[in-house]
Design a protein around this ligand. Structure first.
Ligand SMILES: *[C@@H]1O[C@H](CO)[C@@H](O)[C@H](O)[C@H]1NC(C)=O
Ligand SMILES: *[C@@H]1O[C@H](CO)[C@@H](O)[C@H](O)[C@H]1NC(C)=O
Length: 421
């Protein structure tokens, strides 16, 4: 696919963005005034004989060549194509006219996904490409730090450095990118804490999964504007903040699975009206399920397997019309009403390894007794029975079309995230 003409591929890229990120793209990329940037580099030694399509390409030529010389491994011989003046046909490089000049041609996008290039740093490379709007480098072996000079890139809005060898603390430099709307740093070796400001950025997608972040979930988590939020496979602790309700107009997919979250599920979850996927499996969450979850009219997948949840599975949740997968196995639920039993027979509800009398595949009486001896307490106990919506009258479960490709679940593989639905 990388052999395709650069322009058409960039348009394809624009297309997926126009579906997903249109407001941001217009707002950030095309409405930004070009601020007459000073040259980021000292005047380079551009070979006079090379005939560049545009002066802007001549300017980035030496930057690319210097970077090329730092690459220590290139198993697919990508950099062999990085020769001569035709930068727009180098593999991984895409040009289009920049927002500030319709008749110019500029290096707008870099897509190194899957190239497996090794280089000690991207410092001095992406921060020196003034027209860059997208940088995607999934599955390479880049390391080092992100240069603070990245703030000089007025058009950059997608940064994907997933599945690389970045380590150390959260890359604070990203806070200086003025128009960032897509941040993907999953599958690296970042550790320490995620600064709470991340949840105040105007992002559409935030992928932090499969790092080594160790901290309490920040209280301002709900300030996020992201549609896709993946914090899975880290060491987040503490309860899911009630502030999550603030994201009720935007949040579509949330992955908290495989962390060390504690506490009870907040009633406020039931207000996330755009929610399609919520996965907090394999944590230490406890308490009953809030009945408010039955108000999530768009919810298709709810995974809370492998926690310490108990009580009755709310009938109102099982009646929720769009549910395709309700995974509650390996908890301590004790009661299941008729609607939930129907869902179980359909294979939508998995309630194995719980404490439900008379159902096969449950925990032993001893195990259930030991669990129930342990007193547990949730704040705002009355909130668990509240249903803050008009409940649908029947549970017809219309079979929806072909299974949709959930963006967040594709973020759990090391590959580039697939936005095509
Ligand atoms: C726009 O780009 C063209 C082609 O590079 C250039 O000749 C022209 O001077 C630029 N216009 C402005 C206003 O910068
Ligand atoms: C339902 O979701 C769980 C947890 O994500 C997954 O393991 C299981 O395979 C899913 N079941 C179906 C039928 O898709």
């Amino acid at each position: 696919m990388y052999q395709m003409g650069s322009l058409s591929l960039y348009r394809k890229s624009l297309f997926h963005i126009s579906v997903l990120f249109l407001p941001c793209f217009i707002g950030v990329t095309y409405c930004l005034e070009f601020q007459g940037l000073p040259p980021l580099i000292s005047p380079p030694l551009i070979p006079e004989i090379l005939n560049f399509l545009d002066q802007r390409l001549a300017l980035v030529y030496p930057i690319i060549q210097v970077f090329k010389n730092t690459i220590t491994s290139d198993p697919f011989h990508i950099t062999q194509t990085w020769v001569g003046p035709d930068i727009c046909n180098y593999r991984g490089f895409y040009c289009t006219s920049p927002p500030d000049n319709n008749s110019a041609v500029a290096l707008a996008s870099i897509d190194f996904n899957g190239f497996q290039l090794s280089a000690p740093t991207l410092d001095g490379f992406i921060d020196q490409l003034p027209d860059l709007a997208l940088f995607h480098a999934n599955s390479n072996k880049f390391s080092g730090s992100i240069s603070p000079k990245i703030t000089k890139l007025p058009f950059l809005y997608e940064l994907d450095i997933s599945n690389n060898n970045f380590f150390g603390n959260f890359p604070m430099e990203i806070f200086r990118i003025p128009g960032l709307s897509f941040l993907d740093i999953r599958f690296n070796f970042f550790t320490g804490t995620v600064p709470p400001q991340v949840f105040s950025l105007r992002l559409d997608a935030l992928f932090l999964n499969n790092n080594n972040f160790i901290q309490k979930l920040p209280e301002n988590l709900g300030s996020t504007t992201a549609l896709y939020l993946t914090l899975a496979n880290n060491k987040f602790v503490g309860p899911i903040p009630r502030s999550i309700i603030k994201a009720s107009a935007t949040l579509k997919e949330v992955l908290f699975l495989n962390n060390l979250l504690t506490g009870c599920l907040p009633y406020e979850l039931g207000f996330l009206r755009e929610l399609v996927l919520f996965d907090a499996g394999n944590n230490l969450l406890t308490g009953p399920l809030p009945c408010s979850l039955g108000c999530l009219a768009k919810l298709e997948q709810l995974n809370l397997a492998g926690n310490l949840l108990y009580g009755q599975v709310p009938e109102v949740l099982c009646a929720s019309g769009k549910l395709e997968n309700l995974s509650l196995s390996s908890n301590y639920f004790t009661k299941l009403g008729p609607k939930c039993r129907k869902l179980m027979k359909k294979g939508v509800l998995d309630i194995k390894k719980n404490c439900i009398n008379g159902l096969p595949g449950q925990r032993s009486v001893l195990e259930c007794k030991a669990f129930s001896m342990h007193p547990r307490y949730c704040p705002y106990p009355a909130s668990f029975n509240l249903i803050p919506c008009k409940v649908p009258s029947s549970s017809s479960h219309p079979r929806t079309g072909p299974k949709r490709n959930l963006v967040s679940y594709s973020a759990l593989s090391r590959h580039a995230v697939d936005f095509q639905e």
